[in-house]
Design a protein around this ligand. Structure first.
Ligand code: DGL
Length: 271
């Protein structure tokens, strides 16, 4: 079988935080990133629409030669991953694999919390899907999981307002609401790939005894582990240490905004 890159998909820029961590961890592989910026955000869209858009993105990445695709987007992982794995792959691409970001995050949170009280901050779609609650409770049945949607946080990041004083209100209000719902929370999952950019403000408004979990490093660890356990997939990943970036919107706009997420200048192509 031909070798190809690892595909990383997000509705827009957020998955770059996942790609960045994966590449730091495993720089030897080839990567392709696709951001569906023309149709972002996904966070408020219906199950059917997120599934359809995510499937189209996965098919594009398969067509670019990726044998393995990571849905570096919580909303897509919550609403589309299972159906793609159970219904699409067996019939249309039985040798390829698609992995998400929720299960690896759930696996790790139970080892970080001290009292089992976990908060999840994410998009409306991810929270409504209850994916985090289900995955965490499957692994750690004694946990108490409280989810809260933060609809203003993605626009704050996308519009470059994440480090401005104007973002304070929206961050503080959501943190306070979460901690009022369960004052015992000792660990908060940032269950949206955009949110690490708001980290400084999140820390400012969170009591210092609360652990705040960002996903990148854990997804990277989990992927490395997956490739160790699946040599039949690992040998299909090309070792060229390259990375290509694609967007469904303007490549100029993407490369400009991507610098918020990556510390390098990148060339971007339209897909
Ligand atoms: N990247 C998406 C996620 O992680 C959030 C952005 C969106 O709403 O499309 O959930």
């Amino acid at each position: 079988m031909n070798e190809g890159p690892i595909g990383v998909f997000d509705s827009g820029y957020g998955g770059l935080t996942i790609l960045d961590a994966i590449r730091r961890h495993m720089p030897k592989y080839d990567y392709v990133y696709f951001g569906d910026n023309a149709r972002a955000p996904y966070g408020t869209r219906s199950f059917e629409v997120v599934y359809q858009y995510t499937l189209e993105a996965v098919e594009k990445l398969f067509a670019l030669g990726c044998p393995l695709v990571i849905l570096g987007c919580n909303t897509a992982s919550a609403k589309a991953l299972r159906t793609i794995q159970q219904h699409y792959l067996p019939e249309h691409a039985p040798n390829n694999r698609v992995l998400g970001v929720i299960r690896p995050t759930a696996e790790v949170v139970g080892t970080i919390t001290r009292n089992g009280h976990i908060g999840v901050l994410a998009t409306e779609g991810t929270i409504k899907s209850e994916s985090y609650n289900m995955e965490i409770l499957k692994l750690f049945p004694n946990s108490k999981v409280t989810g809260l949607a933060c609809p203003m946080w993605v626009p704050l990041v996308e519009n470059g307002e994440y480090d401005k004083p104007s973002a304070d209100y929206f961050v503080q209000e959501r943190i306070n609401t979460l901690l009022q719902t369960d004052p015992l929370i000792d660990t908060i999952i940032l269950g949206c790939t955009h949110y690490p950019l708001l980290m400084e403000k999140i820390r400012k408004f969170c009591p210092s005894n609360i652990s705040i979990l960002t996903q990148g490093q854990y997804i990277a660890h989990s992927l490395k582990n997956y490739l160790l356990r699946h040599p039949e997939m690992e040998c299909r990943i090309k070792n060229g240490a390259t990375c290509r970036y694609f967007t469904s919107e303007s490549p100029e706009r993407f490369s400009g905004n991507a610098s918020l997420f990556l510390n390098e200048q990148i060339e971007v192509e339209r897909l």
